[in-house]
Design a protein around this ligand. Structure first.
Ligand code: ATP
Ligand code: MG
Length: 378
C-alpha cells in the first residue's frame, strides 16, 4: 500500500526550531526522519502544537551518538530525549513494529524496530498517524488521517477491541480527541469503550495521572467530563466524583483561564473533584465528636488514599489539595485579626478562587464571604 502524500507548507514560526535542528542532523547522517503524531494533527488544525515528536529509522544508540546532549529513556522500548534546556527536549523514537505483528508467531519480542509503514500501525488513531517530511514539505498519510482531520472524525487504527485491550489508556485519549476536534467518534469505538471501560482499572495509577491532567487542562474540559460520565469511564478514574454545578463551574473556569493564557494547576482539579466526597467523610467523622481540625485532616487523608488507588496524586499535589480544603474553613470563618495572615499565605489565592467558585455554584450562601475577600485584596 502506497501512502498519500500531500504538499503542505506550514507557517515556519509554528514549527519548533529545535525539532528542525534534530531532523537536520539525522538527515545529514543519512537517516530517514519525520515529524509525527500530535504535532502534525495540531498544525493541520491551525493550532500551536504542545510538543514535537520525531520518528526515524536510526536506532536509539545511533541517535544517542549523534547528539551530545541526549539521553536514552525507557527499557522495554528505548526512546531518546534530546535536551535543549533543563525542561525542554525533543523526543525521538525509532520506527517500531506493532504488537499484533510481533505476536503473530506466538513469540512476543519487545525490542523490535520497524519501518515507517510499520510505525504507522502501532499508533492509536488515524488523526495521530501522520508524518511530515520537512525535506519536501509533504504530509505522509497511510491511513486516511488527513480526511479524518478535515471531517473531523476519530477512527481507530486497527480493531478497537484489540487496541483497547492492548492499551486501555487509548479509551480516554479517544474522548479527549473527540472533544478537542469537536469530532464524531466512530460508533464502534463508543460501543467498545462502554464494554471495555473497566480495563482502565488495570492501568498503573502513575500513568493515568499525566493522561488525566491532559483530559481536563484544555479548552473543552467540561465536555470531556460529561463524555467520561456517559461512557462509564469516569468511575474508573474518579470513583468518588459525580457531576455537580461546582464541577461544571470549575472546569469551565479552567478552560477560560487557558484561553486567556492564565496558569492552571492539577491541584485545583483534584480538589474540586474530591470536594463532595471530602465533605461527606468530614460530616461522618464530625458525628464521632472529633474536632473540626482532626475531622478535616482525617477526611482529607481518607479521600486522597481512595483516589490514589485509581489515579496517582504526587505528594506535592495531595499536600496542596489538603491546603485548599483546610483553608476553606478559615476563609469562611476567619476573625478580622487573622485576615492579613491569611492573605499572606502562599495558598491564599488558590483557596480564594475555590471559595468563589463554590459561592457561584453549590454554596450561594457564601457570596458575601467571597465578596469580602475580593474587597480585601483591592
Ligand atoms: P497531545 O500531545 O496533544 O497530548 P499527542 O497525540 O501528541 O497529543 P502524545 O502523548 O504526545 O499525544 O503522543 C504522541 C504520539 O504518539 C501520538 O500522536 C500517537 O501517534 C502516539 N501515541 C501516544 N500515546 C499512544 C497510545 N497510548 N497508543 C498508541 N499510540 C500512542
Ligand atoms: Mg504530543
Amino acid at each position: 500500500m502506497n501512502p498519500k502524500r500531500q504538499t503542505i507548507h506550514f507557517e515556519k514560526k509554528l514549527i519548533d526550531k529545535d525539532a528542525l535542528k534534530v531532523l537536520k542532523v539525522l538527515h545529514n547522517a543519512k537517516f530517514e526522519a519525520y515529524l509525527v503524531g500530535g504535532c502534525i494533527r495540531d498544525l493541520l488544525l491551525g493550532q500551536r502544537p504542545k510538543d514535537f515528536d520525531v520518528a526515524t529509522n536510526a536506532t536509539p544508540e545511533q541517535i544517542h551518538k549523534l547528539f551530545k546532549r541526549s539521553r536514552l529513556i525507557g527499557r522495554r522500548f528505548p526512546l531518546v530525549h534530546i535536551m535543549f534546556s533543563a525542561r525542554k527536549y525533543i523526543e525521538v523514537a525509532t520506527f517500531r513494529a506493532s504488537h499484533s505483528h510481533l505476536n503473530k508467531g506466538g513469540v512476543a519480542r519487545d525490542n523490535h524496530y520497524g519501518t515507517l509503514k510499520e510505525d504507522v500501525f502501532r499508533r492509536d488513531f488515524t488523526i495521530n498517524a501522520l508524518y511530515y517530511d520537512t525535506k519536501n514539505s509533504q504530509v505522509i498519510d497511510f491511513v486516511d488521517g488527513l480526511s479524518a482531520i478535515y471531517e473531523p472524525k476519530i477512527c481507530m487504527i486497527g480493531n478497537p477491541i484489540d487496541s483497547f485491550e492492548e492499551d486501555p489508556v487509548r479509551m480516554i485519549r479517544a474522548i479527549r480527541f473527540e472533544a478537542k476536534l469537536d469530532a464524531k467518534l466512530d460508533s464502534i469505538i463508543s460501543k467498545t469503550i462502554s464494554q471495555k471501560s473497566h480495563l482502565l482499572g488495570s492501568v498503573p495509577p502513575a500513568r493515568l495521572y499525566d493522561e488525566c491532567v491532559k483530559l481536563f487542562h484544555n479548552e473543552k474540559s467540561y465536555s470531556v467530563f460529561e463524555r467520561l460520565l456517559e461512557t462509564g469511564l469516569l468511575k474508573h478514574l474518579f470513583q468518588q466524583t459525580s457531576n455537580s454545578k461546582f464541577i461544571k463551574k470549575a472546569l469551565n473556569n479552567t478552560s477560560e483561564r487557558l484561553k486567556s493564557n492564565k496558569s492552571v494547576t492539577p491541584a485545583f482539579l483534584f480538589s474540586v473533584f474530591l470536594w463532595d466526597s471530602q465533605n461527606k467523610c468530614f460530616d461522618k467523622l464530625k458525628k464521632r465528636n472529633k474536632s473540626n481540625f482532626i475531622a478535616m485532616n482525617e477526611a482529607s487523608e481518607e479521600v486522597i488514599s481512595r483516589q490514589v488507588k485509581q489515579v496517582l496524586m504526587p505528594k506535592w499535589l495531595s499536600a496542596r489539595v489538603k491546603d485548599i480544603w483546610m483553608m476553606q474553613h478559615q476563609l469562611e470563618k476567619c476573625s478580622s485579626k487573622k485576615v492579613n495572615e491569611l492573605v499572606a499565605n502562599p495558598r491564599f489565592r488558590i483557596a480564594y478562587d475555590f471559595l468563589v467558585l463554590r459561592s457561584q455554584s453549590i454554596n450561594p450562601e457564601l457570596r458575601h464571604r467571597a465578596e469580602y475577600w475580593t474587597q480585601i485584596q483591592k
